[in-house]
Design a protein around this ligand. Sequence first.
Ligand SMILES: Cc1cc2nc3c(=O)[nH]c(=O)nc-3n(C[C@H](O)[C@H](O)[C@H](O)COP(=O)(O)OP(=O)(O)OC[C@H]3O[C@@H](n4cnc5c(N)ncnc54)[C@H](O)[C@@H]3O)c2cc1C
Length: 470
Amino acid sequence: MTETHIVRQTPPRISSDTVHAALRAALGRKVTSGDPEKMSAYLADQCLLTTAGVPAHLVRATAQEDVVETLKVAHRFQIPVVTRGAGTGLTGAANAIDGCIMLSLADMNRIVEIDPVGRLARVEPGVINGDLDRAASGHGLGYLPDPGSRDISTIGGNIATNAGGMCCVKYGVTREHVAALTVVLSDGQVLRTGSRTRKNVTGLDLTSLVVGSEGTLAVITEATVWLHPRPVGTSTVVALFGSLRQAVIAVDILTRTLAPSAVEIMDSQTIAAVNEFTRMGINTTAAAVLLLRFDGSETANSTDAELAGDLLGNHGASEVFRTNDPAEGNELMAARAVALTALESKGAILLHDVAVPVHQLPALVAGVGQIAERHELTIATFGHAADGNMHPTIVFDAADSHARHRAKTAFEEVMDLGLSLGGVLSGEHGIGVLKQQHLPKQLDPGTRNLTKRVKHAFDPMNLLNPGRAL
Ligand SMILES: Cc1cc2nc3c(=O)[nH]c(=O)nc-3n(C[C@H](O)[C@H](O)[C@H](O)COP(=O)(O)OP(=O)(O)OC[C@H]3O[C@@H](n4cnc5c(N)ncnc54)[C@H](O)[C@@H]3O)c2cc1C
């Protein structure tokens, strides 16, 4: 797949040596220039469908001052800057642009403060999501956003992509967990947005604007995020269905009366791949499996899980299993967590991230089935059913050029199908390079124009991740 939508800036008139000297004077050995071997780990994220350029300079920042100095040099010489967390993104948003400064924040990984009274944590952007949650657990608290990459992705990357995950149906996406940010603008100016108060309606909500902006508006150098009491008394329900459509209809009915903290779905192709990968012994004759989690108090969640089991049984589930044992529940949910890795072991994959209104899920899964049939492709579908956010995943032979072409066509058809059902181009992975050219399909010209003016207000020289996301 060699589709590149990267907007390459006019090459800077200044020589790379001059820029290197300026960066070196400000940052010392944190800068590397023109060393292909050292750069190789920073070229691209995890997206297969996009290609990447080659950075001229790599800065591994360890403090906010390094970011300020980097951006001042970039501003002076008008060099594009790509900010990078862990590079686990799935849209090419952190891919290098030819001649850019690649600004890695992975080494800014200090948990600065955990405030159990205010239920807040203040962290540098390179802190790994799961590490913050584990640190918070020492205070009986949790950092709840749970992308599947929580043990490898950074808080800065999660905020910049407004990452989702399994628990969003109850606890919301990353945006709901961000109280305040410290950011550096493209000219090196440092700003603080938001507050440590539960409520704040002072001025425009710039925190929310930066969340999900994919490194295009500012570089996040510190985040203050909300912590919550750790969910207790987890109950888990597994329900097998003879039809995928029946399963998603049941989800819509269930969430009208119950409030689970996760409702995950896997189709038969995903179940087979997970089973082969984990040897978990899931019933592979089922067309779909639903995995639901309830948490709250011991009594409330076991009652809800019981009600959910009955309800699913009455709405098409052929088998229902319930457990109030959190460890057993975690093992069951782990099946869904490894879905992507299990599918990757079957061939090259194109992972989609389409979100539709929940009542349109039956039409989405039917349409994806037709697309798979038309292009003679395997499309395995799994995802966050109660959010209407599915990941139809095309598994294909990357060495076969016809298969690659069919996969790309099917990918675009799934996107169009989602939009035709009132959905959006992305539910959680973002736009990046992958879907940037498709934005006009969803956003009207007025909205795009205003977005460009907002970008201009933050970054008048278009230096931060130019040509991506917006
Ligand atoms: C196995 C696997 C499972 C995944 N599961 C999920 C999931 O369940 N939900 C989900 O939403 N995503 C998921 N993802 C995608 C990915 O992990 C998320 O998008 C994540 O938020 C990216 O974090 P990162 O640190 O890797 O950021 P990167 O990939 O390095 O960067 C992502 C974007 O953020 C920008 N950025 C990074 N740090 C900063 C900063 N400090 N300031 C400004 N901009 C910044 C980059 O420029 C880029 O635009 C998954 C990925 C994998 C590989």
